[in-house]
Design a protein around this ligand. Structure first.
Ligand code: TXA
Ligand code: MG
Length: 314
């Protein structure tokens, strides 16, 4: 069921149920992070392998500090700059966080989502929420309550509707071990933004050994073949014997037979990020056989978009 009642969502969560929640990045599938039985329902509902850990969502920095062993100064600086907002931080977990949440790993990823409804929800409950993206594993992440309902509606009791997600790609994940920042996943906040707060360069390690689909090659996948290319026109002409859909960044000339979706009309990166998953869903549902999309320039949030495209392509 889809609804906008925060109290209903809070009651279900207190009873140990899973509820889909809006965030500014993508919708999450949430349960009480301190309750192993509730957390196990998340893995079951989204058919997530139990070796893939979940992000812990809290209402503010003070609560985040409760669920980690320590919060190094360099991580505090970033949390103060970007929370609430699209940045997740990997830190040593406090013993109150069950192993199931972190898939047995000693570290937990924490974040403060920037969505008024979810912040209100977090204030109504006295536990943090474990929440991966609200999709069946290895499918495209949802950026609206309707998409969640379509994908998981029969498996969960409530989808808290907070409208369309604002950022539309998942948040960036950094680790802050030994007071040193490493960027593990690019996302709604770019490497450059982090570096400008710290005033120094950070290490990029998106190949970090984390046994997780977000890091695995084939993720965010559409059912149809999705081709990522440097040259849209050329790829479309190579496949002119097939029905194609194209995801476009600007108003480009494409053959009339191609169904086109505008991620943006002016190559606006936040707008592209915001529309990406929904356009992937739409193209997956139309009558075409193949989806073609051009790479973004490798800069800022464009790198996060390219990363999602690469993982979705096959
Ligand atoms: O924006 C987002 O990050 C959304 C919203 C709902 O918060 N969440 C999300 O969750 O995309 P998910 O589970 O689809 O992706 C989270 C990524 C996964 O690749 C997971 O493996 C990694 O974060 N992760 C979570 N906890 C971790 C941990 N303790 N150690 C290493 N990686 C972790
Ligand atoms: Mg996911």
């Amino acid at each position: 069921m889809i609804g906008t009642d925060v109290s209903v969502a809070a009651s279900l969560l207190k009873e140990g149920e899973v509820v889909a929640i809006p965030t500014e990045t993508v919708y999450g599938l949430a349960a009480n992070a301190l309750d192993t039985k509730a957390v196990s329902k998340i893995y079951a509902a989204k058919k997530r392998p139990s070796f893939n850990p979940l992000i812990v969502h809290v209402s503010d920095l003070a609560s985040a500090q409760r669920y980690v062993k320590n919060f190094p100064p360099i991580a505090l600086k970033l949390a103060e700059a970007f929370w609430p907002g699209p940045l997740s931080i990997l830190l040593s977990k406090h013993s109150s966080i069950p192993d199931l949440v972190t898939a047995g790993l000693p570290n937990v990823v924490v974040r403060v989502p920037k969505h008024p409804i979810t912040l209100e929800l977090l204030k109504k409950i006295d536990f943090p929420l474990a929440a991966p993206s609200a999709n069946i594993s290895n499918t495209v992440s949802p950026t609206s309550a309707q998409r969640v309902n379509q994908n998981l509606g029969e498996r969960i009791k409530y989808v808290l509707d907070g409208g369309a997600s604002e950022v539309g790609v998942e948040r960036a994940i950094i680790s802050a071990q030994n007071n040193k920042i490493v960027l593990l996943r690019e996302g709604g906040i770019s490497q450059e933004q982090i570096e400008s707060i710290l005033g120094s360069k950070i290490t990029l390690n998106t190949n970090a050994k984390i046994s997780s689909p977000g890091q695995l090659k084939k993720h965010y996948a559409t059912n149809k073949k999705l081709i990522v290319t440097d040259n849209l026109q050329k790829t479309l002409s190579n496949y002119n014997d097939k029905r194609c859909s194209a995801l476009l960044y600007e108003t480009k000339e494409v053959p009339e037979s191609v169904t086109s979706y505008h991620l943006s009309k002016t190559y606006n990166l936040p707008e592209i990020a915001n529309n990406l998953f929904e356009c992937m869903h739409l193209a997956d549902e139309d009558k075409s056989e193949i989806i073609v999309v051009e790479k973004c320039k490798e800069e800022g949030i464009g790198r996060a978009i390219n990363d999602r495209l690469r993982r979705a392509s096959w």
